[in-house]
Design a protein around this ligand. Sequence first.
Ligand code: EPZ
Length: 420
Amino acid sequence: MDKLVIEGGVRLKGEVEISGSKNALLPILAATLLTDEPCVVRHCPSLRDTNTMLKILRVLGKAADFDKGVITAAANGVTNHVADYKLVSTMRASFCVLGPLLAKHKEAKVSLPGGCIIGVRPVDLHLKGLRALGSEISVEGGYCIARTRGLRGAHMYLGGEYGSSVLATDNVMMAAALAKGTTIIESAACEPEVADLAECLIKMGAKIKGHGTPTIEIEGVKRLKGFDHTVIPDRIEAGTFMIASLITRGDILIKNVNPRHLMSVIDKLQEAGVQIRMSGSSMRVSIKSHIRPINVTTLPYPGFPTDMQAQVMALMCITPGISVITEKIYPDRFMHVAELNRMGAHIQREGPHAIVEGVKQLSGAPVMASDLRASAGLVLAGLVAKGTTSVSRIYHLERGYENMERKLAGLGAKIRREKE
Ligand code: EPZ
């Protein structure tokens, strides 16, 4: 396993190009199962999760090539309807092959994704929605076994106790695209990645409206065509680099970003006193005066994204004053707190709240990554900590950030990869 070794204290300056969105790409790759025609996906980030999803498609019989950011899924049908535990348990997003397999082939056997470090990760909303479309789904031996004589449109409510569900909305929307009749999803997820999947399905011939809002209407069609689609920029990577600029008091031009997808993050950082100059698909992020403490609560889109919680916490660790960070999506998503405290942060957990008392200086230390976004938070803290920080188990980071150390080094960071 590799680790990243960071010498803190460098102000990051320069330009960084944002990669395509992991969380848009993964369901769009699942959507290739809905057609036997060739599909082309552009601006694909080279990530562990991308490779895992391509492996799952190949196991299902859908050959796919990945070359220079472009994925081409072959014009061939699925030959196997089983997505096994080994693969699905490494990446929860693979559960969104269930809807397409059911819609196109009327049967599927997909392993339950199991929990992960940020929470239990249930799939009850996925099953509720797919059952509403007329499928029988049983859970046996850790697998969801689903079959249908033909999906039919339905009017359903897909909100859970933590609000809407991104991948449940994706699963149901993909299945409904080939169901007989009209489906209305109330309390649908509004994330830009869900809207991007819908745009891709519309290119395939699906009839969808309301995507990006809490009510999505899908009128089923008989078959779906291949597509050529460019995924949206990764708003969470962009937000991570915004924090990289601020935590080092640097000045970074972030290119190939859609600021409209980051309004809640921009709003919060402006409340903290940050200058963000937007022009077209670029954002220049710097800070002239001092950063003010802020209170953040994570919510479903368009609220503050849970995937930016660890990163903003790292920034608040060195912001004078008290900041309260409340995690409403995954109340246990605080694995990074103990590691940040090992670097000299003063963070106290109170249930779903983390109370952060800003300190003058963090000190470099060996820390351990636990999940994708916690790893990003630790790297950000290492950029500003006095001395050397080594972040181990960076395979977590490689799941969702393309060439992160190369991009940070390009901005002046003293960062290198070493064998653990
Ligand atoms: C997506 O996961 C993202 N992953 C996550 O990003 C992100 O944190 C999450 O949405 C929330 O924005 C991908 O898009 C691949 P949810 P998803 O279903 O769809 C509960 C990252 O770092 N829930 O929107 O799995 C769930 O427990 C990853 O890139 C149910 O109760 O998340 C959570 O509390 C991490 N029942 C809340 O809903 C269900 O059936 C939101 O989860 C499904 C979810």
